[in-house]
Structure formats: structure tokens, C-alpha cells
Design a protein around this ligand. Sequence first.
Ligand code: ATP
Ligand code: HSE
Length: 297
Amino acid sequence: MRFKVSVPASTSNLGPGFDALGLALSLYNEFLFEPSDFYSVEIEGEGKEELPKDESNLFLKTYRSTMEYLGLNQPIKVKLINRIPLGRGLGSSATAIVGGILAAERISGKKLSLPEVIDIAFKFEPHPDNVLPAYTGGFVVAATNGDLHYIKLDWPDDLKVVIVVPELFLSTEDSRSVLPESYPKKDVIFNIQRVALLLGALQKRDYGLLKEAVKDRIHQPYRCDLIPSFWEVVSEGYKAGAYAVYLSGAGSCIGALADGNFDEIGRAMCNVFDALGIESRYLVLDVDRDGAKIEEL
Ligand SMILES: Nc1ncnc2c1ncn2[C@@H]1O[C@H](COP(=O)(O)OP(=O)(O)OP(=O)(O)O)[C@@H](O)[C@H]1O
Ligand SMILES: N[C@@H](CCO)C(=O)O
């Protein structure tokens, strides 16, 4: 009884949609697991050295919490094959959470409802914009207030995401700690207008509107100081042909939406980090439409 769970990365916020918008990407963490007499964790790839291999590992914590919720206890042996860089705003922690929940579902033979999945996930990550696309795939709008309300929207086939990954680790906790507790009314209105514009521009494929639509006054103006030359990277992305450039999730990755010139955009943005002596690379990713998957081995 051996299984593989694969869970996509996600890029969230997309500028103004703080804690509301998330997009699953074609980059996957894979978790291989089998029942065992004791818990054990092996890690390959990202976080091999840094991530805990004991019971404090987020995958195991989520698995155990889900099993506890189901009234069960079954130790497992898990191998995490991590391809998503950590602490970069690409939803690596969300993949571990979703992976742990799916592993518990598979081992127990029980299927949880989406509200149950989200309730468990929220104990570990109390914002939905990575967990939800990781679970469902696609472009997701999520609204929470005790209950979760969400909708999966169409994403245009021709629009890819160029993700620039600087060698800058930024924990979500630190990146959230720089945000204010409250915002002036004009900034809230600014963001509401742009989220609406963004959804409309994507629906109508009016890409010329995207540059204005991804402007934001809720998080990027506060987080930009954590990423050297953030606005210069953004500007180079636009010059190279991107329609929209934004901070991916809590950072430090920067995402660019484009329907061509993908390598030019990636290189132009990385050149800014090169000039600062910060290593970086870029990934050209499609949108994952299907979300987390389980496969028998
Ligand atoms: N693939 C993983 N496997 C196990 N634990 C992970 C994994 N990825 C992240 N974590 C755990 O989640 C904690 C919180 O991660 P954090 O949210 O800061 O970063 P992230 O998930 O890489 O980025 P983000 O959520 O901004 O996209 C980390 O300290 C780590 O212990
Ligand atoms: N919406 C969350 C995503 C974390 O990746 C944030 O921006 O803090």
C-alpha cells in the first residue's frame, strides 16, 4: 500500500487580492508514503537540510491532526520530494498541509468535505489563498469569515506566469509582520477597484488593463523594502513585455503574467538581482488546472 500525492505550487494575491486570490502552478511537490510501525520522514530537494524530519514536520503534523480528527492513528513513512523553493511565496507550506490531509484520507479510506479540509488546514495556515488552489488547482477566489466561500474562475490559456526566484528566504510570518493593522479608506477603495478590474480584465482577456489592475496598497508597499530593488525588478519585467508584475504571495518571488517573451522577461528581471550580487533564477510556468492528485505506486 504505497501512494504518491502530488500538490502544485501556487502564487497568491496577484497584486491587490491579498488573502483572496490564488493561482495553482505547474510546479509540484511530491510526497511518497506508506504505512509503517513508526513515523519517519525523508526529504529530497528543497529544504533537505533545513526542514525538520521529526514529528514537528508540517506534513506529519497535518497528517496526524487529520487522523486524530478521523479518530485514527496510523504511523507512516513519508518521503518528501520538494521542488518548490521554501520561503518564497510559492505555497510550499500549503503543499505540505494539503499533502498531509490527502495522505490521511487515503490511509483512512475516508473522504473529507472541502469545509473539513479547510478547517484542518487553517490550524496551520490561516489564509486560504495557497491552500485552496493547491487543493483544487486553477484560479481561485476565496472569502473567509468563519465559513469559506470560494469560486474557481477560468484562467486564459495563453497567459503564463514567469516566476523570478531570488536567493532570499522570507518567512510568511515575517512578511506579514510588516503590514499595518488598519488602512486608510482611500487605500481600501484603491484595492477594491483593482481586484474588480483584474477579474474583469482576465475574464475579457483585456490584458492592457492588467498593469493597472495589479497595483496594490495593502501589502506590496510595505513588503517591498524586504526585497532589494523590488520596484526596479518590476519595471524591468514590464519593459521586457510582461502585462502584469507583482509580488508572489508573501514574497520573495516576483511573478509576471505574459503571453510571450517569457525568457526575455525572466532574464531582464534576474539581471537586476545579478547587479546586486543576489543569485536568482526564473521559471516559466503554466497554470495547474487539476490541483492535488493521489496516485498508487
Ligand atoms: N515542503 C514542506 N514540507 C514540510 N514543511 C514545510 C514545507 N514547506 C514549508 N514548510 C514549513 O512551513 C513553515 C512555514 O513556511 P512559510 O509559509 O514561511 O514558507 P513557504 O510556504 O515556503 O512560503 P509561502 O507560504 O509564503 O508560499 C516553514 O517554516 C516550514 O517548517
Ligand atoms: N496571502 C498571504 C500568502 C502567503 O504566501 C500573504 O500575502 O501573506
